[in-house]
Design a protein around this ligand. Structure first.
Ligand code: AKB
Length: 342
């Protein structure tokens, strides 16, 4: 009999890190197979059944996985983030879109084999939004899942399209075939900017928040690449993991949507700076906005309406802004730079 597993793509990334530890901490958890283009961090290896260094674009690797294991759940986290994607949009399209199609195909094939839908958790982003100007952004306030879906980045276009692909593979896959295929149980969380006390993001445009904090903790100067008034929603990593795990466990019949906004707190870059300076009084933070990256963040909303997630699967963040810094970010970061990291 094939081993039943949970597959995590992008396992070495920021969200993968936290997710793997939390998944492994659950009693009776299924074995975890971690897939990433880079070797899994040594610290995570005890938590996984198997680590595979490989590419989500490698379809023969995915086919081998499909014959070797019964895949119960996929957490698809692998992606090139918004800033990286703008430097090579075609490559971003390959990784973010073709990579997702490959995984959805793997999931739909597995669903046929076991005659039961594979759960497919997909990490989307506020980058799917595209507010046309700052006046509209200010007036819009907290936007719902269905408003302002005109992304201006390749990454945002990729994420929005993959949300649609999820719907297709869940409900309409091969709809003209004589025998209808068992669809994928697609569940998507649209994340705001994420901040971790443990890992540093690479290639995102919301990265100014974690970057200023990590720089201050290391006593390094930081030039923030957006204006002081720039406001978007944020969430700390433990809440991001909580959102994925809670949505994964929600009974399907309670879910009225395939895609859900989640959020914790919205803060301007100036407000974030104040909190960082209060914790690290020597922090040297200056503002040097980059026009191009500013335009991207200006197109993202000030906040998102996550009432559907709250209603359908009881979503509620554990950390508001005050708790996020006081109880998680500051103590974790202080500890992080006290210890040598491998
Ligand atoms: C990015 O900045 O690209 C990501 C995101 C908002 O999805 N952090």
């Amino acid at each position: 009999m094939r081993k039943k597993i949970i597959l995590v793509t992008g396992a070495n990334g920021e969200v993968g890190h936290g997710l793997i530890q939390q998944l492994a901490a659950r009693p009776d958890h299924m074995p975890i197979v971690a897939l990433d283009v880079k070797k899994l961090d040594r610290a995570l290896r005890p938590y996984v059944w198997r680590m595979i260094v490989g590419d989500i674009l490698d379809t023969s690797l995915l086919e081998t996985l499909s014959t070797e294991y019964e895949i119960d759940t996929v957490f698809h986290l692998a992606a090139l983030l918004s800033t990286s994607s703008e430097f090579n949009p075609e490559n971003a399209h390959r990784v973010n879109v073709q990579g997702t199609v490959n995984l959805l195909k793997l999931a739909v094939d597995q669903s046929q084999m076991r005659v039961k839908p594979v759960k497919f958790l997909y990490a989307s982003s506020i980058a799917v939004y595209g507010l046309p100007d700052l006046q509209t952004k200010a007036a819009a306030g907290n936007v719902t899942e269905d408003q302002f879906l005109n992304p201006i980045t390749m990454y945002g276009c990729n994420k929005l399209y993959c949300e649609h692909l999820g719907r297709y593979y869940a409900r309409y896959y091969r709809q003209l075939a004589r025998a209808r295929a068992v669809g994928v149980d697609f569940r998507c969380v649209r994340f705001p900017g994420l901040i971790s006390g443990v890992t540093m993001p690479t290639g995102g445009t919301s990265d100014y928040a974690p970057e200023m904090l990590h720089a201050a903790a290391q006593g390094q100067p930081y030039a923030c690449f957006v204006r002081e008034d720039t406001t978007i929603p944020f969430m700390v990593m433990p809440d991001a993991i909580k959102a994925l795990l809670t949505l994964a466990q929600a009974p399907r019949e309670k879910l009225t949507r395939l895609v859900y906004n989640v959020t914790s707190f919205s803060r301007s870059a100036a407000e974030l700076t104040e909190v960082v300076r209060a914790a690290f009084p020597d922090a040297q933070i200056t503002f040097k906005p980059s026009d191009a990256r500013q335009a991207i963040v200006d197109s993202w909303p000030m906040g998102v309406d996550d009432s559907a997630a709250r209603q359908d699967w009881g979503w509620t963040p554990d950390y508001d802004a005050e708790r996020a810094f006081r109880d998680y970010l500051i103590p974790t970061i202080v500890q992080r730079y006290r210890e040598p990291v491998e």
